[in-house]
Design a protein around this ligand. Sequence first.
Ligand code: DOR
Ligand code: ZN
Length: 355
Amino acid sequence: MQTLTIRQPDDWHLHLRDAATLAAVLPYTARVFARAVVMPNLRPPVTTVEQAHAYRDRIMAALPPGLAFEPLMTLYLTGATTPAQIDAAHASDYVHAVKLYPSRATTNSDAGVRSLAECRAVLARMERLDLPLLVHGELARADVDVFDRERLFLDEVLAPLQRDFPGLRIVLEHVTTRDAVQYVEEARGRVAATITAHHLLYNRNAMFLGADGAAGMRPHFYCLPVLKREGHRAALVAAATGGNARFFLGTDSAPHPRAEKESACGCAGCFTAPLALEMYAQAFEQAGALDRLEGFASNHGADFYGLPRNSGTITLRRQVPPALPPITAQGQEIAALPVHDAAWSVDAVTPVAGG
Ligand code: DOR
Ligand code: ZN
């Protein structure tokens, strides 16, 4: 097979940032994806519908002419979020979900939720109005091993949350463990999960190996939830390629200045937008499942969010993608994930967004 044409995909988990970085990174996503769920962890975070509207306007203003792209906006849940704000989000046609960041779990999460007990009225309103809750699923307690944070979140936070709000639509974002996969497969409520391309392609060794397997420390592979051991990666590949509609594409592409990733206290996040679909195609091909890429990338997410599937198409060609130019914002280079041996490149897009 030399070419693969699928329905145009959407990215159900994306960081676009703001200002010069937004303008630098947005074209890479909009070139391929018809829509993307835009994460609200700006500084300060996007907590109100008015802020989401203004952010949406900035995104549309940064869009290169001729590209059709629809940003699906989200609100950042805090202890101060009110049911009235949920009403306003639901009444808008551009806010599609609310994001839960446990306090201190990840980049720009210091305004996040300390205890879900703070949010019960808001969660009840979201359940009633059927507004999805997107979850960064890590138990970020100092006494919990970083590699166990997702697994412990399932029992200590997610299961009680589902018990208390059984009708709430939930996306467990960027799952990284077989425990999370199993939770989503077996959950009785309305739970789905996004899976990133880098968690499908790499296990935690990628953070600790240099060229040709020599020893080394690779900050560009550091993201949260952190890459896990090989058995977990294999479980993610099985989930993504298995055809289960509860799993869909979310890149978690998270741009950071190169100087901040290559530093004594580097920040978490992998900027994968420039080669995201190519990376997913590689993972699906390695699993012998290219025929399942369209469901995962283009159908399952839209169906879960209750949005129409796109009617445009995109064609991938079996050919090494051209080398990327350095991507800069205000003179600072943005760190891109070093992707090796990509075998597929995006050839042509026939976009008809959102319809
Ligand atoms: O690695 C990550 N980076 N994980 C997150 O949850 C946030 C993201 C970011 O915003 O940089
Ligand atoms: Zn994210």
